[in-house]
Design a protein around this ligand. Structure first.
Ligand code: SF4
Ligand code: SF4
Length: 418
């Protein structure tokens, strides 16, 4: 049975900020009263879920919103208690929280560390950039409060990454963003192009806030900054994923993998959907309160959603970058009577691939050499100890040891420690 990651819309669209570009907020704004996942839903869902994932041994839950921290810490205390009570022996439990960071404090930090949660914090760059879009309802920027939240995570040594939404406010400033993130000593950054569409109206074509040209330039300049002579030190998710593709590891971004499968999204009321961009009745997979999980995870409705990516746009089928691109995100395809047209950002991806392919190939080769080196270290550790700095590297690359697997730059690069 494949893994079954679940993303919870913990408080539906409720949020304590009012970011202009939020695709989820506007769907629901003013249409309904405050919403929260009911604890009774948790009590029913978590035991069933733990039974369902017992075979595969991985329970993966991601808590998003709106702003999930609005539901309060006692709710999440209950989550971990239920998970511990109902997980089968040997099940690995992975929780992640996607937050705007504003409410994070020492209490949250202590909880998140104690239970080993991974946190994603939305931050669009330095204050002057971030505060252009990420404001509260009173129109005040949130930067300072977000940074205080990040400080709380740091005090408790919580693992976190940064999610940076790309819009007109920052897409033309890639170097500045990377410089700021490095100054802050962040270790992992993910860039997401802003799209102005309604998650609850998935049939409406999306509108985009940046052009493919802008995104293409952003990606190439960010790549140059990221590459660091073949020893990157700041993880950028899209490049990590393309590197994995070159190294023969399946890409974990659904947009660049073979299947249109991002797990299952659960709304606050238990209704289930196949993707964060398709929260609409016509795509509903059932409700965890009364639909068997097997049907939600792999029934006909889910299969037909996943299958859409099997019918790629014509241009993708003969594209030289298909191996790494995989056709992009289906939400960004344009559906016409003659079949789908490629991802809106197709030309941005092509620009990046052309620009970066050679270096990605080199880096993937170095990574594969490092894996061979680690094998030797395990099977014949004396061979590594005997190898002098000027000797050929035991990985077999033909380079000197000191310029290859024993190089200090590689030691400092996260790529070689994954
Ligand atoms: S680069 Fe464009 S044409 Fe090529 S696979 Fe990606 S989306 Fe399709
Ligand atoms: S539509 Fe896009 S985001 Fe949704 S599952 Fe498919 S590739 Fe992923």
């Amino acid at each position: 049975m494949p893994p079954f990651p679940v993303m919870f819309k913990t408080v539906s669209s409720d949020c304590n900020l009012d970011c202009e570009y939020c695709y989820y907020r506007e769907s629901l704004e003013g249409t309904r009263p405050r919403r929260r996942i009911d604890e009774r839903l948790l009590e029913q869902f978590i035991p069933k879920y733990m039974d369902y994932v017992a075979d595969v041994g991985v329970a993966s839950m991601s808590w998003q919103g709106g702003e999930p921290t609005l539901i309060g810490l006692p709710f999440f205390e209950k989550v971990v208690a239920l998970q511990a009570a109902y997980a089968h022996r040997g099940t690995a439990i992975a929780n992640s929280l996607q937050t705007n960071g504003v409410l994070l404090n020492d209490e949250w930090g202590s909880f998140l560390k104690r239970h080993n949660w991974l946190v994603g914090v939305s931050l669009d760059g330095p204050e002057e950039i971030h505060d252009q879009f990420r404001k509260d309802r009173g129109g005040h920027g949130s930067f300072e409060r977000v940074m205080q939240g990040i400080d709380a995570l740091r005090r408790h040594a919580v693992d976190f990454n940064i999610l940076c939404v790309l819009g007109p406010h920052n897409v033309d400033r890639p170097r500045e963003l990377m410089r700021f993130f490095r100054q802050q000593q962040f270790t992992h950054v993910q860039y997401i192009p802003a799209m102005a569409f309604q998650a609850l109206e998935p049939e409406k074509p999306p509108a985009y806030l940046i052009t493919p040209e802008q995104y293409g330039v952003f990606l190439t300049e960010t790549f140059d900054d990221w590459y660091q002579n073949g020893a990157p030190t700041l993880s950028v998710r899209i490049f990590d994923n393309f590197l994995q593709s070159y190294a023969g590891i399946p890409n974990e971004l659904c947009a660049h993998s073979d299947r249109c499968d991002a797990g299952v999204v659960l709304e606050y009321d238990g209704s289930a959907y196949p993707c964060d961009f398709y929260i609409g009745l016509q795509w509903q997979l059932g409700n965890v309160l009364d639909t068997p999980l097997a049907e939600i995870a792999a029934g006909a409705a889910k299969q037909s959603f996943v299958a859409r990516k099997a019918h790629l746009p014509e241009a993708c089928t003969h594209c030289g970058w298909l191996m790494v691109c995989k056709g992009g995100c289906v939400r960004n395809w344009t559906f016409t009577p003659n079949g789908p047209a490629p991802d809106y950002f197709c030309t941005a991806y092509q620009r990046l691939y052309q620009h970066a392919a050679e270096r990605l190939r080199d880096l993937a080769g170095a990574l594969q050499n490092k894996w061979r080196y680690l094998d030797v270290m395990e099977t014949d550790p004396h061979r590594i100890k005997r190898a002098g700095r000027n000797d050929p590297c035991p990985c077999g690359s033909g380079k000197k040891h000191k310029h290859c697997c024993a190089s200090p730059a590689r030691d400092a690069s996260y790529v070689f420690h994954q």
